[in-house]
Design a protein around this ligand. Structure first.
Ligand code: PHE
Length: 342
């Protein structure tokens, strides 16, 4: 019979069990035990109502429904408590101590080659040059043929070329950008072309299969060797120092005539002789010359009307001089202890 006397032990038992519950699973089990449709202790009592007489039934039903409501409320309260506990446990686990010192981090810097290139570009741009670029994987025609080095030309051998296919090479110099520029542009031309070049070389303190050049090309009416000399000198004075001098020694490149090697007065001993310049007072830094009319002819430029000069400057060489780096390999190892000095 559903009387207060009969039901209060049920309630007490429920309360006792509820007090022990601390997980979602245990709570679900407890809910089933008291309220599940088929075998819940409270449900079972409710089902028994049908056996009561009409007088007893309303009173007992009311009591049972109150009990059911109390159980439901208690269960809901417990569910809330469990949720709160889980939340604070998670906060505890994920706690961040904001007073801990942070991670030290390194500020990135520009690589010495990059720095030098940017400085060189800045100077040439201030002299009125624009900057061009070309592909590092280059067609034979641009790397050789149009530069007056037809197949079988002995000058090709001197280049230690890395071939991709019979017709494709890793460019051995930045000179192909001369051709690409003149194909697109009529005179006057005044460009530089910085970039990577590749040659079949084994690595040592002064050689690398990959290095950098800055090509220069000026074409217009009335350009002379004096313009070449003046331009190079002006650049080197700006890049190194005002007392820098240059000298030209005759040399041969198929795409210039006459051709020259350009030496700069040693920036360490100022020309008096030291170990860097091997006591000569001079350091070789580029090939240069007047554009061979044959090249103009290949490109369809009017070689009666226009003259021009070009140079190919060794950037890595200059970087080594400027920053007094004695081993070229240091520039490409990317050892942070070396790089952080710049
Ligand atoms: N391209 C030549 C080299 O790499 C250098 C050069 C450029 C010479 C332009 C003359 C004129 O060796």
């Amino acid at each position: 019979m559903a009387t207060v006397e009969h039901l209060s032990p049920l309630w007490d038992a429920f309360r006792k069990e509820l007090a022990e519950v601390s997980t979602d699973e245990a709570l679900t089990d407890l809910r089933d035990k008291y309220l599940s449709r088929s075998r819940g202790a409270v449900t079972v009592e409710l089902k028994k109502l049908g056996q009561l007489s009409a007088e007893e039934r309303p009173q007992a039903g009311k009591l049972l429904n109150e009990l059911k409501l109390l159980v439901e409320q208690a269960l809901a309260e417990k569910a809330g408590e469990i949720r709160e506990k889980q939340k604070s446990a998670r906060y505890q686990a994920e706690r961040v101590d904001v007073t801990l010192p942070g991670y030290a981090y390194h500020t990135a810097g520009r690589h010495p080659i990059r720095r030098a290139l940017e400085e060189m570009e800045r100077i040439f741009v201030s002299m009125g040059f624009s900057i061009m670029s070309g592909p590092e994987v280059e067609v034979d025609y641009y790397n050789f043929e149009a530069l007056n080095m037809p197949k079988g030309h002995p000058a090709r051998d001197a280049q230690d070329t890395l071939y991709v296919t019979d017709n494709l090479v890793l460019r051995t110099h930045t000179s192909p950008v001369q051709i690409r520029t003149m194909e697109k542009q009529k005179p006057p031309v005044r460009i530089i072309a910085p970039g990577r070049v590749f040659r079949r070389d084994s690595v040592d303190a002064t050689h690398s299969p990959m290095f950098h050049q800055i090509e220069g090309l000026v074409v217009d009416e009335g350009i002379t060797l004096a313009d070449l000399k003046g331009t190079i000198e002006m650049f080197l004075k700006a890049f190194f120092s005002e007392d820098t001098r240059i000298r030209l020694r005759p040399s041969y490149f198929p795409f210039v005539e006459p051709g020259a090697e350009v030496d700069v007065s040693c920036i360490f001993c100022r020309g008096t002789g030291c170990s860097i310049c091997k006591q000569s007072g001079w350091i070789e830094i580029m090939g240069a010359g007047m554009v061979n009319p044959r090249v103009f002819q290949i490109l369809g430029y009017d070689y009666e009307k226009y003259t021009g000069f070009a140079w190919g400057m060794g950037v890595d060489r200059i970087v080594m001089l400027k920053y007094q780096v004695e081993d070229l390999r240091l520039l490409f190892d990317n050892d942070i202890r070396f790089l952080s000095q710049f």
